[in-house]
Ligand binder design. Structure first.
Ligand code: AHR
Length: 500
């Protein structure tokens, strides 16, 4: 059997894991909001119109933060359209996705939904068609106690207590020509600086995310980051990254290598942030917010069937297969391996739109990618150990030599550690070993596996449990030496703890 080895030392850490690395995203797009999380006419909904079947699955993921309301949508959005009496809210022609926005769900509903879901809001403001005026007003509406126009309006709208929104994105993908109000790096950097300034004057304790590039393939990538940070280094806390991968060429080995691209993307953005830090002779470090990441391509053809100005059209409804779940697992490991700098990350998105959770009128179900995402969020809290991997490799056309095993060890607390591991070998099992003698009297508590004979297997409404986790007994600790068999093409969560 092929062998791989992990080398760890409990004093040798990447960093504390910010739980917000397991965030997600809800955009006014397709059926994410309407018929996704909000459907007043559904028998599954409560008196607020919130789908309870969806909320149960969302709670299962323990998602700590949810970005809202976009995405491309936010760059043409007037948040004021979505507050106050529902019957007075305008129907708008929404230009980012060419659908009709009814505004029946807005800011206050989102905050209420976050409370019901046990998560925190991450609000994005519109820097496409608007700048400082909106920026200061929305923060005033959310975060001031009362006694001013916007905070009193929130109270009048039924929310006496401030929403206390801590985390704000300064626009979305402003480097992209597809964006409403697309800007050059200097135009955006200035706008972000001005917006950040007044937002902090209203609410000094907020945290701000500036837009990095929409993906590392943008022709302006790297220069964009450097220019933007030149303008607003002292104003912001995080710089964003976005990336989506696909297997359009139907080459699974190559597809599974994309986590190597994500890894070098993160390393490059860290270097640019630190270059600007050095240039500014600053003591402050900018952290990263990887606030859109996922696989996205299955729905491209179906999207073309949508008619303009539909309400809640079936857009971006990727049906994920098993190999997508493996890449998502590897991407989660990649984020964790950069836990010292990646403090926020959002699986894009959460419900119906390129999402782990799908709905129909008869229920909600988990897509394949739900499992690695949920398991990382639930079991991947604590400290990321610097995990050296000696793995058999394979040759990727695009990325050169790539490890067949992706893995990281997380120290959850003094008595528990978790190993996440993906075996990308499509033909052979791999034995994984690790010297765990620093963790006296530890034993394997459970070894969860996600695998399937068919790399293209999907979970659908008719067959929702086709791809589902199982348990393995192929891992053990003997004399402090840990070993586990990672089945061919598998995602593994191995939980170890002190013997009771
Ligand atoms: O998540 C779907 C879209 O992808 C978002 O609206 C946009 O920010 C990105 O291009």
């Amino acid at each position: 059997m092929k062998k791989a080895q992990l080398i760890i030392d409990k004093n040798f850490i990447v960093g504390e894991i910010d739980k917000r690395i397991y965030g997600s995203f809800l955009e006014h797009l397709g059926r994410a909001i309407y018929t996704g999380i909000y459907q007043p006419e559904s028998p599954f909904s409560d008196e607020n119109g919130f789908r309870q079947d969806v909320l149960n699955l969302v709670r299962e993921t323990a998602v700590p933060v949810v970005r809202y309301p976009g995405g491309n949508f936010v760059s043409g959005y007037n948040w004021e359209d979505g507050i106050g009496p529902k019957e007075l809210r305008p129907r708008r022609a929404e230009l980012a996705w060419h659908s009709t926005e009814t505004n029946q769900f807005g800011l206050d509903e989102f905050i209420d939904w976050c409370k019901a879901a046990g998560t925190e809001p991450m609000m994005a403001i519109n820097l496409g068609t608007r700048v400082a005026d909106e920026a200061r007003n929305i923060v005033e509406y959310c975060n001031l106690e009362g006694g001013t126009y916007w905070s009193d309006l929130r109270i009048k709208n039924g929310h006496k207590e401030p929403h206390n929104v801590k985390l704000w994105c300064l626009g979305n993908e402003m480097d992209g020509d597809w964006q409403i109000g697309h800007k050059t790096s200097h135009e955006y950097g200035r706008a972000a600086h001005e917006a950040a300034k007044v937002m902090r004057w209203v609410s000094p304790d907020i945290e701000l995310v500036a837009c990095g590039s929409s993906n590392s393939g943008m022709s302006t990538f790297a220069q964009w980051e450097a220019d933007v940070l030149d303008h607003c280094y002292h104003d912001v806390d995080y710089l964003s990254l976005h990336t989506y991968y696909n297997n359009s060429e139907n080459n699974t080995e190559e597809f599974l290598c994309h986590s190597a691209d994500m890894d070098s993307f993160i390393a490059s953005v860290v270097s640019i942030c630190d270059y600007v830090q050095a240039k500014k002779r600053s003591k402050k470090k900018i952290m990263l917010s990887f606030d859109e990441w996922n696989v996205w391509y299955h729905s491209h053809e179906l999207d073309k069937l949508c008619k303009p100005w539909e309400e809640a059209p079936r857009k971006l409804e990727d049906v994920y297969n098993f190999e997508d779940a493996l890449l998502v697992g590897s991407m989660l490991i990649t984020l964790l391996r950069h836990a010292d700098r990646v403090k926020i990350a959002c699986l894009a998105q959460l419900v119906n739109v390129i999402a782990p959770i799908m709905t129909s009128d008869t229920g909600a179900w988990r897509q394949t990618i739900f499992f690695p995402y949920m398991q990382a969020s639930v079991y991947g809290r604590g400290t990321a150990l610097n995990t050296l991997i000696k793995s058999p490799i394979y040759e990727s056309r695009k990325y050169g030599e790539v490890n067949l095993v992706d893995s990281i060890v997380i120290e959850n607390d003094d008595e528990n550690i978790t190993v996440f591991a993906v075996n990308k070998d499509l033909k052979e099992d791999i034995e994984l070993a690790c010297d765990l003698r620093q963790y006296t009297d530890f034993e394997v508590k459970e070894h969860i596996v996600l695998t399937h004979d068919d790399m293209k297997a999907e979970n659908t409404e008719a067959n929702p449990n086709n791809v589902a986790p199982t348990y393995s007994n192929a891992s053990k600790v003997e004399g402090g030496m840990f070993s586990a068999v990672l089945g061919k093409h598998s995602w593994n969560v191995i939980r170890l703890g002190k013997k009771r």
